[in-house]
Design a protein around this ligand. Sequence first.
Ligand code: RUB
Length: 305
Amino acid sequence: MEVISVVADKIRCLEIKGARNAAVEAVKALQEFAQQSRAEDKTKFLEELTQAQQLLFNSRETEPLLRNAVYYLIGQIRQSSIKNVSELCTLLNMRATHFLGELDVSRNCAAEIGAKCIQNGMTIFTHCHSSTAILMLLKAKQDGKNFKVICTETRPALQGRLTACEMAENSIDTTFIVDSASRAFISKADFIIVGADAITPKGNVVNKIGTSGLAVLAYDAHKPFYVVSELLKFDTTTHYNEFENVEQRNPADVWKDAPQKIAVQNPAFDVTPCRYITNIICEKGVISPQKIFEITHQFYSWLFT
Ligand code: RUB
C-alpha cells in the first residue's frame, strides 16, 4: 500500500496540485499498486483496491475527477469475468492507460475550443493555477494570438505565481495582482477564465477559494465568466442539489503562529452558482451550465450507474 500512501500524502500536502494532476497521479499509483499486488484471488485483490481507493479519496474531499477515475477502474475489475489476479492486473493497467489517454484528449479538446474564444488584443483574467486554463491560453498563443493575462496571487498557497510564471515564460504579457485588487482590474478584462475542481448537476462550479467572488465581480462588470473543464469533473454525489464538501486546509497556511483566540479558517474551494457562469468550455463544446447534466449524461452514462 506504500505507493498509494505516498501519492495520497503528496496530494494532501499539495505537492501534487490541481484536480487533474491529482486524478492522473492517483490512476498511475493504482497501476503501480496493482503491479506490486501479491493477492491470491480476485476477492483479495478487490479488497486491496478498495483500501487503496479509501486512502486516495481521503487525500482530497473535493475532487470528483479523482473519485470518478478510481471508481471507473475498480468497477472495471469488479465487473470483469476474469478471475486470475495477474490477468486482472493487466486489465487494470490497460484500462488505466486508456483512461489517461482519453483524459488528455478531453483536456486538449476543451483547451482548443477555449483558445478560439481568445482574440487579438484581448485581456484575460484568471485565478489560481488550472492546467486546463493554462493549456487554453498557451494554445491561443501558439495560434498566433496576442493577448494579455491578469493573474491573481491566490492566497494562501500562491498558485497564481505558477500561472504568472508559465505565462511570462511563454512570452504572454502578464500582470500579477493580489486577490483583493481583483475589482480594480476586472474591468480591464474581456473575460474571466478559471478551471474547475467539481461541476454539480445544476451547473454550479467548485473551484479555488475566491472564484465565486470573482464571478460576482464579473457579473457586476458585465464581463463573461467562463469555466474550462473536462466533463469528468462532474460530481454525481451532489445529485440532490447539495454542494460538495469543501476541503479545509491548515489554518497555519493563512497565519502561522496566529494568536490562539483567533479562529483562522482556510477553506480550499468555494462554489460558484451557475447563474454567474456564462458558459462551461468542455470537450464537447461551449455549454451553458444548465445543460451540463444532460451533456454529461449523454457522453458519460457510466458515471450514473
Ligand atoms: C487548484 C485549482 C484549479 C483546479 C483545476 O487548486 O483550484 O483551478 O484544480 O485545475 P489546488 P486543473 O492547487 O489547491 O489544487 O484544470 O489542472 O484540473
